[in-house]
Structure formats: structure tokens, C-alpha cells
Design a protein around this ligand. Sequence first.
Ligand code: ZN
Length: 345
Amino acid sequence: MRESLIIDCHGHYTTAPKALEDWRKRQIANLKTPELGPKVAELKISDDELRDSIETNQLRLMKERGADLTIFSPRASFMAHHIGDLNTSQTWAALCNELCYRVSQLFPDHFIGAAMLPQSPGADIRTSIAEMEKCVKEYGFVGINLNPDPSGGHWTSPPLSDRSWYPLYEKMVELDVPAMIHVSTSCNACFHTTGSHYLNADTTAFMQCLTSDLFTDFPTLKFLIPHGGGAVPYHWGRFRGLAQELKKPLLKDHLLNNIFFDTCVYHQPGIDLLTRVIPVENVLFASEMIGAVRGIDPETGHYYDDTKRYIEAANLSAAERHQIYEGNARRVFPRLDAALTQKGL
Ligand SMILES: [Zn+2]
């Protein structure tokens, strides 16, 4: 068997040039007076600046740690769908997606895009479809990030199983793109953004799917639940028991043809548990690098988010590791598979 491609299915452009953040600050400052700008054209970032921001950060670490390709989306905490209105989000999402597209063009062997959606609290999800379609068809993006809570921690949207989301799912199925379920910054003081809101949302999304028959309606719809699935793998027995009480099929039939988990779990025992509890065909390699946890673990001397080390050390066969590094990503992201096949990979 040839060596696996190491595909990191969860990376964000957290190191974008500061001009992007400055533009966003002006947009937020002028929410009530949008005529004062900034205009889209006022964001000027050169290819050299993009190259620098990637080469010295994500790409350097990918090479050091042995990852080949990252599925790359705009910075999740910056999506902040709760800020402003639909128009605010549409302009912001288009800008952020375009930057990820340019990175994918500058480094076509190392980055391929996943789209941020221009969601806004209370806005019909249909308003996100055009941006998704543009990113997939024109930018060659292979997935999307879907925020189940555009309110930023107040959970004002209906659950993911609600029919109001269905127009998006219909288009996802048509385009054959999966969604990573990914919230953004919490503006609820009870929930720390990356320490609780993210993990809560992962767990919540799973339970919303469990209690529903969403995947009976959409048998080919695929969700990738990040951060190792939140609390799901650890409490797998609880979820199995709840499904049983609700007279749902076994979870492997009810959810595991459609739901997948990434490996953004930042310690060995967590990865050991994940790969023992969740079938290997449902686990995709990821590091969410450079992301929420950037430090070095004093117990190991390695970066917490250097997740390949944990996969290497886990009790897995070579074939299972291949599934986690490459095979599953190509199955869950058919457009990624097509792009790689076209390159002879
Ligand atoms: Zn993320």
C-alpha cells in the first residue's frame, strides 16, 4: 500500500493579515451607518502577504508535523454571525471565503477550501445558498461550515432537524458537499467560546440528529462533528441508551452513515477513547491548527494540537490509520476525492 496522504480536514485561516481584522472592525463600528464604509474594495491584501501569512504558520507546521493537505475555511470565531444583519454577514462571508480561495490557489497542493456561510440570526437559510454554490462551483471548495447557532450562544434557531434547514440540505446533497457543524464566538458570558460553546454545540448537534429522523429524509447528507464529537464518544453509552428509549434504530444505523468525527482531541487518552468507541470509518484526521490551543503540553513536550502523534501512538492497524488520514476524508468529501484523483493522487 502506498503511503497515505495526510489530510487535515479541519483548518481555519486564523493567521490572515491584520488588514482583514481592521476591515471587520470598521464594518462593526459602522453597523448603523454602513454608508460610512468600509467598502469591499478597501480591503487590500497582496498575494505576497497571503503567502507570508501561510508559509510561516500553517504550512510550516504542516511540513514539520507531516500533514499534506488541509481543508481550509475562514476563522471560525471571526464568523460571528450574530453581529449586524444578513447584509453584514453576506459581505463578511464573501470576503473571508475569497481569501481562503486565494490561499488555495497560491498553494494548490496544500490547501483546499471549505466555505463559511453568511448566516444571520432569524434569516432564512436560503439566503446562504448562493454563497455556498459560488464557493463550490467557482472556488472549488469541497465542504461548508454550518453554524447551528448563529445567535452566538443564545440558541435562538430551531434544531438542525427542523424543516427550515432543509433547503440548505437539499442543495448540499445536490452539490455533494458535507457540512462541518461549527459554531462561532459566544456572546453569552456563560459559555467560553472554545472551551464550552464549541464542545456544547458538537454534543448538541449530535443529539438533535439522534432525536430526529433527519437522515431518513436525507440519506446522503453528511455532517462532520468537530473537536472529537464534543462529549459524544465519552458518553456513547448514554446516547445509545437514549436512542433505545426513543425507539430509534441502533446508532450505527441511525446516525453513523451520516455523522463523522474529527480527531481534534488534544491528548492521547482522548484519541484512544475516540478510536475505540467510534468505528474507525467514522473518524477523520484533523488538528484545527493553528487554533484554540496553541501551547506545548508540559507532560509530553509536544504541542497539544500536534494530533498526528496521537494517531500514530493509538492502537490502530496500518489500514485503520490510512482510513483516518485519507480514506475517510475522500469518502466524506467527494469533491476532494475528485480533485485528488484529477491530480493522479
Ligand atoms: Zn474549527
